[in-house]
Design a protein around this ligand. Sequence first.
Ligand SMILES: Nc1ncnc2c1ncn2[C@@H]1O[C@H](COP(=O)(O)OP(=O)(O)OP(=O)(O)O)[C@@H](O)[C@H]1O
Length: 475
Amino acid sequence: MTVDKAAAKILLVDDDPAVLRTFRRCLEDDGHEVVAVRSGAEAEAAVNRSIFDVCTLDLRLDGESGLDLFARLRELAPWLRVIMVTGVSEMATAVSVIRAGAADYLVKPCQPDELIHAVRQQIQTRRLEQRVEALENDRLERSDITLQSESPVVRATMDLAQRVAATDATVLILGENGTGKTGLARRIHEWSPRASAAFATVSCPSLSAELLASELFGHVRGAFTGATDNRQGRVQIAEGGTLFLDEIGDMPSAMQPKLLRFLQDREYERIGDPHTRTANVRMIAATNRDLPAMVKEGLFREDLFYRLNVVTLTLPALRERHEDIVPVAEHLLVSFAHRYDRPARRFSREAVQLMLAHGWPGNMRELHNAVERAVIVSGGEVIGVEHLPFARAERVAPAQGLRAGDPVSLEELERAHIELVVAGSSSLEAAARLLKIDSSTLYRKRKLYERSDGQRAVQDAGAAESSQQPTRDTA
Ligand SMILES: Nc1ncnc2c1ncn2[C@@H]1O[C@H](COP(=O)(O)OP(=O)(O)OP(=O)(O)O)[C@@H](O)[C@H]1O
């Protein structure tokens, strides 16, 4: 079975330390990152702190029901693949647990092979689910993006992007978070003669230097602990196509010389394989960081910067392309109304004024999310100020104003804290170091926040509908 084991994170819940020790050893030897806990409270805290792929859960925990804990974990992390661990006498319960949504069960005492096989199977399912979700998100996102712009600066950028797409030149896309850098990289690929081959992305801050090297170039079985299969890298997946390095400014410095060599010669070795390979890929990189300043501070290699900086495209912040706010919002309104089958048709005058007055620190992403939410929560044809999230956020205390001791959940406080630390840090890596969590966890948590904002909007819409209150037309 070929499974991407590198990033799998497993939670073990059992009150028997001997079982935890054995399971941990087996699964770590198989290359997984393992966290072992002995109680429900610890399990909940762990799931709140990190994103796990698979959990093994003892049905009979000391003084508490594994079944109840299972239900709570499902609520906290619906994606978690839970394998219930039962005794022989509990087979009937095992069946009901599976019916309740557990992914699988193991009967104690179980052999290492059984455990490894069951966990690998769940990782594979989880990876497939993630892939399907990513493809679906991709498809939907593409229909939202409009390349029309009233801004002369953006038009010039798009013209240059189209011209450079026809060549194999390396492109560096600069812009604040959420300005549309990833979307533009995809378009360049689609406009290029490489369009029929793959567009592969590597997100630099989500990985350590070692994992990033493996993600980019691949590895052979036995190359390092956990490398139990040969694995092709993104460079191979992108063969004939385009490789997109997102957030290149956050690339670990240990990785920079390897990337430089690859950019110069298009040559690389898979980890653990002395054979030198040549790749035919077009490189696009993006960052929200000030690379020249990082070069001056010695944080980014100068030679790498010049290799990347062959053609630079800069996407302005949304506040600098003021003339686009309303046309893009209207385009998104039509797109979301169609997707969610909602009656929204236009914005009220006040809503337009509020959108024009807003600073849009999250740029296109913020506009995209704001309109999506507004379309979902508004029950009528007109979207008013009351449907715009920042109008509400400015009336109540903003999330980042939360303080320890405020009457909010730990999760909300954690999110506010994370957002503040990220905003004040020079990079995601620096923020992760300060928060004492690994950068991949931080990266995934931020993606999760984006997802949960979307889900909350859907729930708000459900609540709005069930209360059946007529929507005020403020036009
Ligand atoms: N022109 C556009 N029209 C509508 N929506 C857009 C546009 N450009 C970007 N978006 C939306 O904004 C969001 C962010 O876009 P994208 O991921 O390309 O930005 P980014 O600059 O790469 O962000 P980050 O720096 O955080 O990686 C996406 O949801 C995308 O659909």
